[in-house]
Design a protein around this ligand. Structure first.
Ligand code: ZN
Length: 310
């Protein structure tokens, strides 16, 4: 069973699944108060893009926005109902970039590691707040400044303990690959199996040395900047290398696409269409010699295994 915002579904019903997309992102801070937009506004902006992705064959979107960064379950429910896409939401916390805790709610900062793990486990067991909606995975973001700060270490340990209690995997945003060894060391100290850990943005710096080193230990490698990059040139050779090293079963795809952005100042932030994967990335990879079957396996079988609870 996999938890979606409309309830649990069987793994057979996931189908083509993109592992990292956004619908609403709020970067003005976790404790910034009330919603500053209406659900209708978001739907009007985002829904045509979701429907386009559905028409191109996408069946499930893993929404990568935890509490504090804009997770909005009412919006996700409406988007899922109106687009026909399954949408998977998350528990966890985001401290990526150089925001220094801005996106982590005070209520989480103040409590201990085990208390955080209890909060996240309760979301899994009983649903988030009073909605009954359960998360499908744990989302974290850390290490973007080349090291792991104490708050980030606390969140990572809490995520590991939540994973051990619930079976949910951790999707951990680490853009700066220099931070990956320390993250993995923490995971090892927490005695979490490697395959519970998904390195989100492994394609950010495309640090092949670390991709291979930690891939061989058994972590998942998520290439999810596909909606962000100008060109896809780095992907086919890297995928070829993963084929040689038998690491394709640990590869995941996503785009970091979307979204409806809430910012302090009015700034233009163009939508990154969810269908780009199908319209541009797949044809490009096939032209460059990547087998279509391989791509299909990654977005169906691999995504399904990465979302299964074990
Ligand atoms: Zn993201």
């Amino acid at each position: 069973m996999i938890n979606t915002v409309l309830g649990p579904i069987s793994g057979d019903d996931l189908g083509v699944t993109l592992m990292h997309e956004h619908i609403v992102v709020n970067i003005i801070g976790a404790d910034s108060g009330e919603r500053s937009y209406t659900i209708e506004e978001v739907l009007e902006y985002v829904l045509p893009y979701l429907i386009e992705a559905k028409d191109k064959g996408c069946q499930t979107i893993v929404e990568a926005t935890p509490l504090g960064l804009g997770r909005d379950l009412e919006v996700l429910v409406e988007c899922s109902k109106k687009s026909g896409l399954n949408i998977v939401t998350c528990t966890g916390a985001w401290d990526g970039s150089d925001v220094k805790g801005l996106s982590v709610p005070d209520a989480i900062k103040k409590i201990t590691i085990d208390e955080i793990a209890n909060v996240w486990t309760k979301e899994f067991e009983e649903g988030i707040d009073e909605t009954g909606i359960k998360p499908g995975y744990i989302k974290l973001a850390l290490g973007d400044e080349g090291k792991i700060f104490p708050l980030q270490e606390k969140l990572l340990r809490a995520a590991a303990r939540t994973s051990k209690k619930t079976g949910m995997r951790i999707q951990c945003h680490i853009y700066t690959s220099a931070s990956v060894p320390s993250a993995i060391k923490i995971i090892e100290e927490e005695k979490l199996p490697y395959d519970r850990f998904i390195w989100v943005h492994a394609d950010g710096q495309m640090d092949m040395e670390k991709i291979l080193e930690f891939g061989k230990k058994g972590i998942w490698l998520q290439f999810d900047g596909i909606g962000v990059v100008k060109e896809f040139t780095k992907y086919p050779p890297t995928i070829g290398k993963l084929v040689e090293e038998n690491l394709i079963p640990q590869l995941l795809f996503g785009q970091d696409s979307g979204s409806f952005w809430i910012k302090e100042e009015e700034e233009e932030w163009p939508m990154r269409p969810y269908a780009r994967f199908f319209n541009e990335f797949v044809p490009y990879c096939i032209k460059e010699g990547v087998e279509k079957e391989l791509i299909n396996k990654v977005i169906t079988e691999n995504s399904r295994r990465a979302l299964s609870l074990k």
